[in-house]
Design a protein around this ligand. Structure first.
Ligand SMILES: C[S@@+](CC[C@H](N)C(=O)[O-])C[C@H]1O[C@@H](n2cnc3c(N)ncnc32)[C@H](O)[C@@H]1O
Length: 432
């Protein structure tokens, strides 16, 4: 039997995405939504850890960006787009950064609709295929009424190509914005670089090439290992980059994620023309950004897992919370319904929000705190918000936030249909 753990084994996940998409196009949204949300969030990274060995991931710098980190970078660096923007990730993996940019644009009530508005390349084909399908699934989540457009499984707005991002390709010339989390592994280079020789960080090499290939005026947003930002090892690299780019902003991000113990930072650069002389724009003097807060920073958000008329009544019997009859803006400690279920139950305290509300309703995100001594099952007409702190106090503060008129206005601007989605609820701002 062939050894598991090769990069090509990621094809298993691609086949699953393909089969799921076929299935979802034929079935009601309620049956696939939760899994589709997972497919465009953490599942691509979970699958790369399951299918590709750690050695292989390390050697090839395969650590996909968590959507929370990507969102934090976007909120911190606040990229500005126009309708003509073209966004390119030269080492796009399974598309996490590009999907987050698409979501960010949507949260700003914009979306790029031109052919090739999003472009991705990667050296490994299975990742590209996953990126293409996940981008499509994400679009399907936001456009439930446009199923027929997805039947062809092609979205002309997102083009992908297998190639080595360290060499020039046509996407570099087309791009107005680069988003990248390049590989961080060490590579041996025979090339004579201005800033180093021999073994160097692949991330430093990638940035060198990106800056060389893009047009003047291109915005470059990157997540990079902290070793490039300070210290003597990459001092010459920093000088090399700042000769060609203005350093607009830097944000320190801490550890990449719980699987990759590397401190990282994000940076926004603008490629300048040779003649363009700016004062001292250096890594050291760049503005350090602060972080704005949204619901998902302090709460885990998901759809209630129980599909009452479909799921079998097997498993432990517990209290069961449904949307019908649930009183908003209260704390519920007693429950009328009991049910068996074999899936996830929730530990109190937590918040549930009714998924259906109407434009113009006095309150769009009608929320109730659930505070039960025992675990509770939640129906899938509700969205669950679990406080990361586990405290009732955080639930109460969140209820006040959701009740504010600012939340209603914000939701009304984001979605026109009656249904709230996990993605929108997760991005509700915490008002000052
Ligand atoms: C750190 S991961 C980031 C992936 C994606 N940008 C994200 O944020 O999730 C780096 C990616 O670079 C790819 N890669 C490594 N060397 C490459 C090269 N020379 N050209 C293009 N892609 C490369 C890997 O396959 C991997 O998918």
């Amino acid at each position: 039997m062939a050894l598991k753990g090769k990069i090509s084994d990621y094809q298993e996940f691609v086949a699953e995405l393909n089969a799921n998409l076929d299935e979802w196009l034929k079935t009601p949204r309620g049956e696939w939504e939760a899994f589709a949300v997972k497919s465009v969030n953490g599942l691509a990274s979970e699958e790369v850890r399951r299918l590709v060995s750690l050695d292989n991931r390390r050697q090839n710098g395969i650590f996909f960006t968590d959507s929370k980190l990507a969102n934090r970078v976007l909120r911190g660096l606040q990229p500005v787009f126009t309708k003509q923007s073209k966004i390119y990730d030269p080492a796009c993996g399974a598309g996490n950064l590009l999907i987050s940019v698409a979501d960010y644009l949507r949260s700003e009530s914009q979306m790029l609709m031109n052919e090739g508005s999003f472009m991705g390349t990667d050296i490994h084909k299975p990742f590209l295929e996953a990126a293409r399908l996940r981008f499509l699934i994400n679009e399907l989540l936001f456009s439930p009424d446009c199923k027929s457009d997805f039947m062809l499984k092609k979205d002309a707005r997102f083009v992908v190509k297998q190639c080595d991002g360290l060499f020039h390709n046509e996407f570099y010339q087309k791009a107005t914005h680069i988003f990248t989390n390049p590989p961080f592994n060490l590579v041996q280079t025979k090339e004579k670089l201005d800033w180093s020789q021999g073994q160097v960080s692949a991330a430093a090499l990638f940035m060198d090439k990106i800056v060389q290939y893009v047009n003047t005026g291109t915005s470059i947003y990157a997540i990079l290992p902290d070793v490039l930002r300070s210290g003597t090892r990459y001092e010459k690299w920093r000088r090399h980059i700042t000769k060609q780019c203005v350093v607009e902003r830097i944000e320190l991000l801490g550890q990449f994620d719980k699987y990759a113990d590397v401190d990282v930072f994000s940076i926004h650069l603008t490629k300048k023309s040779r003649q363009f002389k700016v004062g001292k724009s250096t890594f050291e003097k760049a503005k350090i950004n602060t972080d704005a807060k949204v619901v998902e920073d302090t709460f885990n958000v998901c759809v209630g897992p129980v599909v009452d008329n479909r799921d079998e009544k097997i498993g432990p019997v517990r209290n069961f919370v449904v949307s019908k009859g649930l009183e908003g803006w209260t704390t519920q400690t007693r429950f009328n319904l009991l049910r068996s279920h074999s899936g996830k139950s929730f530990k109190s305290p937590f918040i549930v929000i009714k998924r259906t509300s109407r434009m113009g309703d006095a309150q769009r995100a009608i929320a109730t705190i659930i505070n039960s001594k025992r675990n509770v099952y939640v129906d899938n007409h509700l969205i669950v918000l679990q406080p990361k702190s586990g405290t009732l106090n955080d639930c109460k503060k969140m209820l006040e936030n959701l009740k504010k008129i600012e939340t209603d206005n914000w939701i009304n601007n984001k979605i026109r249909c009656r249904h709230l989605t996990v993605k929108v609820v997760a991005k509700i701002p915490i008002w000052p």
